[in-house]
Design a protein around this ligand. Sequence first.
Ligand code: 5AD
Ligand code: SF4
Length: 486
Amino acid sequence: MILVEDMLHEGNKVIDESRQGEPIMAPRPKSKNGRKLFLESYGCQMNFADSEIVVSILSKEGFETTRVLEEADVILLNTCSIRDNAEQKVRNRLVHFKNLKKNKPSMVVGVLGCMAERLRDQLLEEEHLVDMVVGPDAYRDLPNLIDEVWGGQKAVNVLLSREETYAEISPLRLDSNGVTAFVSIMRGCDNMCSFCVVPFTRGRERSRDPESIVAESRDLFERGYREVTLLGQNVDSYKWNLSSKGEVKDPEKETVNFAQLLEKVALVHPDLRVRFSTSHPKDMTDEVLHTIAKYENICNYVHLPVQSGNSEVLKRMNRGYTREWYLDRIAAIKRIIPDSTISTDIITGFCGETEEQHQDTLSLMEEVSYQMSYMFKYSERPRTLAERKFEDDVPEEVKSRRLDEVIAVHLRIAKNGTSSMLGRTFKVLVEGVSKKSDQHHYGRNSQNTIMIFPKGDTQKGQYVYVQAISNTSVTLIGEVVQTEEG
Ligand code: 5AD
Ligand code: SF4
């Protein structure tokens, strides 16, 4: 399936300003120095990681970030297209910005991320909501595009790339707790799940040079960070070809796969925790699981989206596995990493889903005992295989009722899982002050359960041992029994 080629011709284009009904542009400022950037992000962790690359690129041009919308010279929205309601949220924000712009016409409003490619013409030319539209592979071009807008034009670059990984750009950490950080290891997706818009909005899959991933992780550790989460749409298909750079001659050692990358990052320092997301059931190998088991600092937690517990629905979703295959992968996780937790993504009311098929999802949830589930109603997305091949025929109220049932099962199972941890003592990385009480710190155990405990003399970024005393459905409340040194 060739996707990117379709999109290439739509790439870099500047739209003439002399169009009716468009916002009035201000004259171009002399320099970007001291200019204020307001950036808001929606969607997945990948998008938030991208925002840190955007800020890095623009800060080199002299931009400073601001949290005060009214003082912004440039407003950027990093957007998500995954479900219709994600797009609606962004639209409402854009209408708000358009109103703000009436008082400050020099303000540049730009859309980044997944909605850029999808809704370019609509946002720029039909609704005149924005001045600039920039796709996820075009962020290096942002300084030029902003100049174009300041020059009185509207600017677009939604070109998708086969190579861009922003490998050498050091992300500028936003809203950081100084302890945990995301590290992007690949971009795009080649899976073509029939419900998913991502291959169209983020393009073809490509992996980032492992050396740059290790260097970024090491740099984070040296700056006091104690946890990295390696990010990709499907981390299990991470693959770097060393020979393409002429680095290795031995054909047996020509590639770095995900398990090997994980090991390289784990070896940066034993006090640097490593997490990753997202695994794909069709590709997750025992080698990855053995690597997790081998290193204490690779966390015992796997996010393994199932989407549905019924093999026929999975086939229509083009997921590449059956219920049995998925359960075999779960058995492998439980066998190889016995003290681990598992989380998932579930879609209710996918095209043609019957009541029995929905029941299969509920029974699978019971069988696996997920610690966390991210649950969604199916939302048809333009251009996807499902939109072209199947009818979105499950009524809205049935989708909602099934979602409620899935949520109810999740809450019960998750609470049982959390309760089963009571009495145990866990090594916790202190991440910061609890939102609910400034007398408490919070952190996570290796299994990704949030633990809250009295601050005492614990410090952010320190490892402490916390005994679980009580719990809510997904949080443990505990007492520190030993600090790192003690
Ligand atoms: N409708 C509902 N949920 C979706 N997801 C992806 N596409 C859709 C869609 N069209 C969910 C999947 C995926 C998660 C990131 O979002 O569960 O794993
Ligand atoms: Fe992330 Fe997917 Fe949303 Fe794009 S569509 S921002 S990849 S969640």
